[in-house]
Each structure stands twice: as C-alpha cells, then as structure tokens.
Design a protein around this ligand. Sequence first.
Ligand code: SF4
Ligand code: SF4
Length: 442
Amino acid sequence: MTLKTFKPGGIHLHDKKHFAQHLPIEIMPEPSTVTIPLVQHIGIPAKALVAKGDHVLMGQVIGEAQGNFSVPVHASVSGEVEEIKPFPHPSGVMTEAIRIRSDGKSEWHPDMGKEGKKASLYSKEDTLNIIKNAGIVGMGGATFPSHIKLSPPEDRPCDVLIINGAECEPYLTCDHRLMLEKTDTLLEGIFILSNLLNIEKIFIGIEANKKDAIALLEKKVQSLEKKNKPLIIPLKEKYPQGAEKSLIQAITKRVVPVAKLPFDVGVIVHNIATVIATAEAVQLGKPLVERVLTVTGDLIQQPKNLLVRIGTSIGEVIEYCGGCKTDPQKVILGGPMMGLTARSLDTPVAKGVSGILLLSETSIPTESSCIRCGKCIEHCPAGLMPVRIHELSLRSEYEKAKNYHPLSCIECGVCSYQCPAKIHLLLHIRDIKAEINKRSKK
Ligand code: SF4
Ligand code: SF4
C-alpha cells in the first residue's frame, strides 16, 4: 500500500489508540440535566429563545443563530429550562448556557426528527438552510459553521472534496468507529456534499492504522453504481496528518499558502462525524443534539466510544465509564496535542468535543531558555517560525509578530512537543493570537 503524507514538518507519535479502537459505539443513557452552551461554533454566539420554567422538546431551537456566521442550538432532551446563566465551557472560560432538567421522555419537537425527503429533491439553497438550521459545525474540533464552509466564494470554484478520516491525534478513535459502524450514512453524506458543491473528485483520507476502515470503505465504494465514486487514500501515520492544509497537500499536492484557506486552492475538507451529522440532518431532519466521543487514557476504568447528548457534563460521562483508577493529573477535552485542559468536571460536552482523555502524566514541565536548535521551525507543518513569534510577543511587539503569521498557526502543538527547552510555544502562540484578534476588533 502506497502511503501519502505531507512535507515538510510533522512528527511521528505513538498513536495509543489501543485503549478504545476495538470498542463499538455505545449509547449513553440521557442524563438528568444537560447544560447547553450558546457558543458551540466559531462566530457570533446564539441568542437564548427560552426562559426559566419553559417546557422544551428534544430538537427544539433554544438558541437562535445571530446572522449568517452563526448556527442555532437545540435542546438535546425534553424537559424544563432550569437556569440560563454562565457555566463552564470546553474552551476554559465561563459562557452563557441553558440548563434543562430532563423529563426522561426524549420527546421530539414536532418539526424535528421526522423522515426527511430524498436529498436529491432539495435545491442547493434548501440543503444549505437545512444544514444551518440543524446547527451543523465542524465536529473535529474547529466548530466552523458547515453552511459557510460549503458556500465557497464564486470566484474560487472548488473541484476537490476531501473527507478527513485521518484522526491523527493519539488516543482518539471515534471517527474510526463511525467509519466502521455508520459507513452507509457516511457515503450518503458524501454524495449530499458532492452534489451540493457539484464536485466529482472525492477523496477519503484515512491513516494506515485504521486498516479495517480502509478495507470496508473500499469494498462499499466498489459496490456503488455511481460515476463519481470516492477514492480511498491510505495515509502515513504522521502528526498532524489530519490538519486541513497537511491533508490537502498529502492528497492533491496543492499547497495552501500561509494566511489562505483550502478554497483558495479549490478544495473543501469535511470531517467524518460532520458528514454523518449532515446526512442525518438532510435525510432525517435531525439537528445536532448528540455526538460520538472517545473516553480514553490510562486512568479511565472502562474506555469507550460513546454517543452522548450535547450538554452532558464530562463528570457524568466519566462516571458512566466506571470512573477513574486514581485522581487524574489531567483531563483533556479532545486529543493530547490539540485538546484543551478541562477546568471543571461540570463542563458540558459540546459539538466540538471529540474526546475526554484522562492521563496520569504530570502536568506542564518547567520551561528553560531557548537553545536555538531550530526544531520548532523544522517541524512546524504550517511553515511558521514559532520561536521568533514567541520572542516578539515576550517583548509585546505584536505588530512585528504579525509579519510571522501567527494567525496561520493551526495549533497542532508540534513545536511545544519538539522543544528540548520545554517552552510552551503553543500556549504562548494562542495568547498572541488572542491579543492580535483583540487589537484588530478595537
Ligand atoms: S502549533 Fe502552530 S506554530 Fe506550533 S508547530 Fe503547530 S502550526 Fe506551527
Ligand atoms: S525548539 Fe525550543 S529550543 Fe529549539 S529553537 Fe525552538 S524554542 Fe528554541
């Protein structure tokens, strides 16, 4: 098997997927309460449409999208609105959220959960509206509203659709399980997207550590009676193979320039879970009220791939998995490289949370002085100079730092991982990005 990959940059990591890769997706029973953040996407937060004491049904819009660069949020249980106030958010800050006490009935709103039409009967505009109204965002962690991503500017037509099945973060296995267990829905979602975008070249990129998914998809694709069959592309195990720009280069050899986006080179990338959620929205009228995530790490009693209602607290998810063997040193939302440390076990599962990782590793090591080895530059898949950006930020020279394109950092964590001086380059670069964004808004 020829394995494609990107270059330069990137690193080889132990994938540590053995904890959960063989475990079929389980459905977690609904919790007694859910806390649904109004911010679950990049863009303007949704606005609460309900008040304390209101009775809501599952799938009901409880947060209204604000403008086009936003998506609605939906109730993931039926029950009573208990509180609307700031709660812990996966990003680590407090944000406005709606807490609902479940009535245990999972009663769908009459507008939702109905059988949809055949996707081909919808116009392009209708399909995009369904995707927006279902609250679909990038579920790999980016939480970019899908209807925006699927509407590239007319002057930059796209001819390639890449489905991202790389799942290159160590430990995470939920996309792997979805490829194995929801294969038909995935393929239906892929054709909904390719019809919508009028794209014939479709690739599904999968890292070679998921041989069963590669074999199954190849078999399914071969049996399709279609002209535009997706091509399955086995990829080398290399981090961050699943980052959009890395994936595009590996599969198409097209290079997305610094400060540009995939559609600038004619490509649209969609993650596995997002494609499946899109198919369910279009074909079943189902909004994004639940997601599959991986609960894993050396400290969890029973690792699982779990279908969880949006808004379930991570504490309850951990408890459902038998709790921890000992107190974890770290609880990470997502993978170990790009995930964020959870500040509270009350933090709810949101649309972009692909994993809960419980590790016994000790926390962040102490930084020492830069030894000018250049490893952070050599391995940065975005072609940046992390050490230079960091140095300029230490001197608060943000204007100068902009010349080194910190906003193009994909936050993969490779620079921090490689740095022999243990400088927390990613954390510093995140701060710089926040500062630059804050200044540009003023
Ligand atoms: S975190 Fe950013 S700067 Fe560091 S290696 Fe990744 S892309 Fe480059
Ligand atoms: S990897 Fe660390 S020590 Fe080496 S140049 Fe970059 S910041 Fe300095």
